[in-house]
Design a protein around this ligand. Structure first.
Ligand code: PEP
Ligand code: MG
Length: 569
C-alpha cells in the first residue's frame, strides 16, 4: 500500500479503480530546424493550426454551456481570448523567424514563458496557468490531431478514479460523460477553472499528489479528500476501515441536513467552538455562507512555497488582510512560519546538513531567517487593522521560545510605529502545544499568552519519537495513542484553571469518530480542515455528550490491538 498526500479541492470519500489520463500532446512536441526559405510555409502551418483551434474552442464553448451552464461557457470564452491575444501570436511568429524553428517548438516556448509570467502574479492569475496550458495543448493538437485521453483499456474504466498530471477545462469536458468517482492530480488549484467545472461532478477532488509516478491503470485506489490522502492498493485493514466510512457517509447524506448558517452544537444543544484550518488563500472561500467560529490555524508555509524568492512584506500582508477581512470579526490565528521536514518553502535554504525536524524549527529559525520573520510579522500586525488577527507561535517548548517571537514582534511594532502604520496594539498571542515539553508545562507557558492550540500532529511525533511522514513506519504513528490523550488532558486541565482558551487543531480533530473521546476529556474547541467543517458539524449534531466514564473506559480498555484497530488504516 502507498499513502500519498495532497490538498482537497472537494471533500469526500471514494473507492475505485484508477484510470490514468494523459495529455499525450505534451510528450510529443516535435523540435526541428526549418530552412529559411520554408519559414513562410511554417507560419502558414501555424495559422492553420490557429484556425482549427479557434473552431475547436467554439465547439467546446457550446458543449460546455450545455453541460455546465453559464460558468462553462465563460471559461471557454476566456480560452478564446487567450488564443486571440495578438501579441502572443506575433511572439510565436517572431520566434520561428529568429531561431528558424518549427511552429510547435515555438508555440511551446512562447506559451511556457507566458505561463511563467502568470505564475509570478497574484494567486488569481497564477490559477489561470492551467487555462494557458489547456489552450497550448489544444493548439499543439491541432498540428497532429493527438489529444488527451485515457491510457487504460475501456473495460477498466467504469466507474473510475481519474489520475492525471493536472486538470484542464478541456479534459473535464472530454470526460463529462464518464462515470467519475474522484479526481486525483499533481497540479491544481482550489479555484482554477478546471476545478470549478470538476466540482459539478460532486465527487472528491484532490491535487498536489505525486500521482502519475505512483498510480497505474487498474490500481485499486481509495481517496479520502477530506483528509488529503490517497491510498494506492490499500491493505485489508485500510479497505475495511474505509468501506465502513463510505457506508456511514452514504447513510449520513440521507439524514444529515445541517443548515450551514447554524453553529456547531451537540444533539442536546451544547454549543461547541468549530474553526477552520487554512493553508491556501483560496480555502477561505470554502467557508462562504457557513457558520464557523474563526480560523484556528492559518499555516503560512504553503503560501508562496514554490517560489525561489521569499515573499515581501506587502505580499504577506495582502494574503493575511484578505483572509482577515473575509473572516469578518472572527478570530484568525496566523501562525509564524513553522519550517519542518514536510513544510520547507523553496525560498528558504537551511545550512547544509541541518535536520530541521529536531534542529532548526520554531523559534530556532528566527535568527537564521530574521528578515523574513520580520517581514511576516509586520504583515500580520498590519492585517490586524482589518480583522481579528491573533499571533500564533509554533513549536514552543519554553518561555525563551515565546520571548524569541516577542522580540521580533517588538521590533516589527516599533518599525510600524515609525512608519505610521495602523495595527492592533493589544493583539492577542497564542502558542502551539506541539512538544511534550509544552504540554506538561502548559500551566506555566499559558500564564504568558492568551490562548493555546494543540498541534496533535507534531505532539504525537515528538511523544512517540515516530516520524509523521514515513510510509515505512506509518503503522507506529498511532494517531490516538493514549499518551497523546493523556497530554491533552493535562493541557485542558491547566488552561481551564487559568480560564484560557484551548483549541485542538491537529489532524485528529477531523475524525468524527473521535469526538466522544474529545468531549469526555473536556475539549470544546476544535479547528478542522475547511473542507471537513460540514461533516464534523453534522456529526456533532447527532452526538450525545458522553460523561467522564467514557475516558476512563478508553484508558482501561486499551490494549495494543485496540489501538491498532482504531488507527491503523
Ligand atoms: C500539528 O502539528 O498538529 C499542526 C497543526 O501543525 P502542522 O501540521 O502544520 O505541523
Ligand atoms: Mg505542527
Amino acid at each position: 500500500m502507498k499513502v500519498l498526500k495532497g490538498i482537497s479541492a472537494n471533500a469526500g470519500l471514494a473507492k475505485g479503480v484508477a484510470a490514468v489520463y494523459t495529455e499525450e500532446v505534451e510528450e510529443n512536441i516535435p523540435h526541428y530546424m526549418v530552412e529559411e526559405e520554408k519559414i513562410e510555409k511554417e507560419i502558414n502551418r501555424l495559422k492553420e493550426a490557429y484556425g482549427k483551434t479557434k473552431e475547436a474552442i467554439e465547439q467546446m464553448l457550446k458543449a460546455s454551456e450545455e453541460i455546465f451552464g453559464k460558468t462553462g461557457q465563460e471559461i471557454f470564452a476566456a480560452h478564446g481570448t487567450i488564443l486571440e491575444d495578438e501579441a502572443l501570436f506575433e511572439e510565436i511568429v517572431s520566434l520561428i523567424k529568429k531561431r528558424l524553428i518549427n511552429a510547435e517548438h515555438a508555440v511551446n516556448d512562447v506559451f511556457d514563458s507566458y505561463q511563467e509570467k502568470f505564475k509570478q502574479k497574484d494567486f488569481h492569475f497564477s490559477e489561470m496557468t492551467h487555462d494557458i496550458v489547456d489552450v497550448r495543448n489544444r493548439l499543439l493538437s491541432s498540428f497532429n490531431g493527438i489529444s488527451g485521453q485515457f491510457e487504460c483499456p475501456e473495460s477498466e474504466r467504469q466507474p473510475v478514479i481519474v489520475i492525471s498530471k493536472r486538470l484542464t477545462p478541456s479534459m473535464v469536458l472530454n470526460i463529462a460523460e464518464s462515470d467519475v468517482l474522484a479526481f486525483v492530480t499533481e497540479e491544481g488549484g482550489l479555484t482554477s477553472h478546471a476545478t470549478i467545472l470538476a466540482q459539478n461532478f460532486g465527487v472528491p477532488i484532490i491535487f498536489g499528489v505525486e500521482a502519475t509516478e505512483n498510480i497505474d491503470c487498474g490500481d485499486k485506489v481509495i481517496v479520502d479528500a477530506s483528509m488529503g490522502k490517497v491510498f494506492v492498493n490499500p491493505d485489508k485493514k485500510t479497505e475495511k476501515y474505509y468501506d465502513k466510512k463510505i457506508e456511514e457517509a452514504e447513510k449520513r447524506k440521507q439524514f444529515c441536513v445541517v443548515k450551514e448558517e447554524e453553529p456547531a452544537q451537540t444533539k442536546k444543544g451544547a454549543r461547541l467552538i468549530l474553526k477552520a484550518n487554512i493553508s491556501l488563500q483560496a480555502e477561505i472561500k470554502l467557508l462562504d455562507g457557513m457558520s464557523y467560529d474563526g480560523v484556528g490555524l492559518l499555516r503560512s508555509e504553503f503560501l508562496f512555497a514554490n517560489r525561489n524568492k521569499g515573499p515581501s512584506e506587502e505580499e504577506w500582508f495582502k494574503v493575511y488582510k484578505s483572509i482577515a477581512e473575509a473572516a469578518k470579526d472572527k478570530s484568525v490565528d496566523i501562525r509564524f512560519l513553522d519550517i519542518s521536514g514536510d513544510k520547507m518553502p523553496l525560498y528558504l535554504q537551511l545550512p547544509s546538513g541541518e535536520n530541521n525536524d529536531l534542529g532548526i524549527r520554531g523559534a530556532r529559525a528566527i535568527d537564521i531567517f530574521y528578515d523574513m520573520y520580520l517581514n511576516q510579522t509586520k504583515a500580520m500586525l498590519r492585517a490586524s487593522a482589518y480583522g481579528n488577527v491573533r499571533l500564533l507561535y509554533p513549536m514552543v517548548s519554553d518561555i525563551s521560545d515565546i520571548e524569541s517571537f516577542r522580540e521580533v514582534v517588538k521590533e516589527a511594532k516599533s518599525i510600524l510605529d515609525n512608519e505610521g502604520e495602523k495595527y492592533k496594539k493589544d493583539i492577542k498571542e497564542g502558542i502551539m502545544i506541539e512538544t511534550p515539553a509544552a504540554a506538561v508545562m502548559a500551566g506555566t507557558l499559558l500564564k504568558h499568552v492568551d490562548f493555546a492550540n494543540i498541534g496533535s500532529n507534531d505532539l504525537l511525533e515528538y511523544t512517540l519519537a515516530v516520524s509523521r511522514n514515513s510510509q515505512i513506519i506509518e503503522k507506529r504513528y498511532h494517531i490516538l495513542h493514549p499518551s497523546l490523550i493523556r497530554l491533552m488532558e493535562i493541557v485542558v486541565e491547566e488552561t481551564r484553571k487559568l480560564k484560557k482558551e484551548v483549541c485542538l487543531c491537529g489532524e485528529i480533530a477531523s475524525f468524527e469518530e473521535f469526538y466522544p473521546l474529545f468531549l469526555s476529556l473536556g475539549m470544546n474547541s476544535f479547528s478542522v480542515e475547511a473542507s471537513k467543517l460540514s461533516d464534523i458539524k453534522c456529526n456533532l449534531l447527532h452526538l450525545e455528550k458522553p460523561d467522564k466514564s467514557y475516558l476512563d473506559k478508553f484508558y482501561k480498555n486499551l490494549k495494543k490491538n485496540d489501538i491498532e484497530k482504531f488507527f491503523k488504516r
